[in-house]
Design a protein around this ligand. Structure first.
Ligand SMILES: Nc1ncnc2c1ncn2[C@@H]1O[C@H](COP(=O)(O)OP(=O)(O)OP(=O)(O)O)[C@@H](O)[C@H]1O
Ligand SMILES: [Mg+2]
Length: 221
């Protein structure tokens, strides 16, 4: 459902263009889960942004379902994101002026697909049912992280893109949040592309790839 072919991406720097991705190929089937590892600065977030259509490659193709995402303009890419994707970033990007419940249903509402029963189930399974009326600043880091995951899943995306979704939690909270994420992903049947530094986090996923020197290799844990 997601296919990257021959992706190249450089960033301009004062010293000239910095090549980050030098011909990346990646394929993800519906319902499949894939961990993306690699050193800091290897281009994992860059790749995720391209897959989400938040940025465009210098060359190569990004295909989401049968649409050539990399050839669409920004409004059309945004429409694809709303219809098909859930995004979880390291920074939670919660809306400070909305309470827990409204943050949770934001994406689903934008996508025109709010399901009250699923929203309520998410709140409960994320352990946020008693906090529906709180604002993000009144939540702990782990609670904010769970809310960000719930928001991404509330619209029932076909593909969840997650960039170190437990990166700034302590190990125990990270494990709990991750187990919950994987359980919700499995139940909803969506595909998962998750960036992580941790082999432990990558282990339960179907496949693991490593990004190194701008290219992708199948990785053993
Ligand atoms: N907007 C930008 N302008 C210039 N250089 C950038 C920009 N964004 C990222 N880079 C550089 O591109 C490289 C890849 O960055 P990226 O954020 O994709 O790495 P990463 O693998 O996600 O790293 P981390 O594990 O630390 O999050 C880095 O060297 C970074 O400094
Ligand atoms: Mg990153």
């Amino acid at each position: 459902m997601l296919e990257l072919r021959g992706i190249r991406k450089s960033y301009p720097t004062p010293q000239g263009p910095l090549p980050v991705l030098r011909g990346v190929d990646l394929c993800l089937a519906a319902g499949e889960s894939l961990a993306l590892m690699g050193e800091s600065g290897s281009g994992k977030s860059t790749l995720l942004h391209l897959a989400a259509g938040l940025d465009t490659p210098d060359s190569g193709e990004v295909r989401l379902d049968d649409r050539l995402l990399s050839a669409l303009d920004e409004p059309a890419r945004a429409e694809c994101r709303r219809r098909r994707l859930g995004l979880v970033f390291q920074q939670f990007h919660l809306v400070p002026s909305l309470d827990v419940l409204d943050n949770l249903r934001l994406q689903a509402r934008l996508a025109g697909r709010e399901e009250t029963a699923w929203t309520r189930e998410l709140l409960r399974r994320l352990g946020l049912a008693d906090m529906a009326g709180r604002y993000p600043e009144q939540l702990s880091g782990g609670q904010q992280q769970r809310l960000a995951i719930g928001r991404a899943l509330a619209a029932r995306p076909a593909l969840l893109l997650a960039d170190e979704p437990t990166g700034n939690l302590d190990e125990r909270s990270a494990d709990r949040v991750l187990a919950l994420l994987l359980e919700l992903v499995r139940d909803s049947g969506c595909a998962l592309l998750m960036v992580t530094h941790s082999p432990r986090v990558a282990a339960p996923l179907d496949r693991c790839l490593r990004l190194s020197r701008g290219r992708i290799a199948e990785a053993a844990l």
